[in-house]
Design a protein around this ligand. Sequence first.
Ligand code: ATP
Length: 345
Amino acid sequence: MTKKAIELHEVYKTFGRVEAVRQLSLTVMSGDILVLLGASGCGKTTLLRLIAGLEVPEGGKITLNEQVVFANGRWVEPEKRGLGMVFQDYALFPHMSIADNIAFPLHHATRAQKAERTAELLQLVGLEGLDKRFPHELSGGQQQRVALARALSARPSVILLDEPFSNLDATLRKTMREEVRRILQQTHTTAVFVTHDQEEAMAIGDQIAVMQSGQVLQVGTPQEVYLQPNSLAVAQFLGEVNLLDGVAHGDSVDCALGTLELYRPDHGQVCVLVRPESVRVSLGGEPNARVIGIQFFGFYQMLQCELQDGTRLFARTWAQTNVQVGTPIRLDARGKVTTSQSSPS
Ligand code: ATP
């Protein structure tokens, strides 16, 4: 049976009058990569620091690998929590070689053990042969790999990563995402990964916790939070979404795009959340809308459309050239949709 690697129960932390983390409960299963996703200031870094023991909560309980590290009267020092950390600025020791940086957490190992473990980790992160170099002699991506190797060297069961790729360019970020995911899976390491980039969150996470104002709005797989958001805020945070007025009747909802199937049953007046790629555009058939704007993004384009009743919505299509502003089109919805009781802001 899979074990719980991290359990937070009603954890609370303030800075003066700012409630950075509010009665937050969350579980991370062993071997999972959990992404904390949310806008700047929502409390992601504070939560990571609370898990690490770098901040002291005012209330709640934190359990790591079934050992209580914070609760009434109980406090385990950060260095005794068995965690690895990777920060956005790499935080390597500039005066130490790459090998010495990686071996740094291995305080009690012999010289031979350190050499063996360092060689193993250099291979894992694809930096064989660079052991004698110094951090300034490596690229940003290579430095971040060293930081990851150092965080993994003492074989922590949990690793915490705070926006580790934010200093890397877009292409390198994508490569590093895949690399880090592979390395964490290969080493069966549980990870908590902070980002405010929804694409990065979906690419790397087994689970995503969407945060707002110190609380978790929803936790689920990337597919769950993207396709079945539990609120308007989660839907909007994960990508573009059309908001249509509708009336729900259990498993279906009536709205300007017709009668659509629901992921979760609902009733009465609702706001229907329809992703732009769930709006099907066809040129044949009875037109019910026209194109009023086109944004071209290369591998796809976003059509702004207006239905005959005046409802406006976005449709994401492949970059076809036979659609122009003014073209009459047929719009339908594909797949199931979700609803929210809150009205659009
Ligand atoms: P970002 O994505 O910008 O790093 P975040 O989601 O990680 O943001 P936190 O850094 O956890 O957010 O901050 C949460 C809130 O707590 C913010 O309002 C922040 O200003 C406040 N805060 C964080 N650390 C401190 C501190 N040491 N002293 C005072 N306020 C703090």
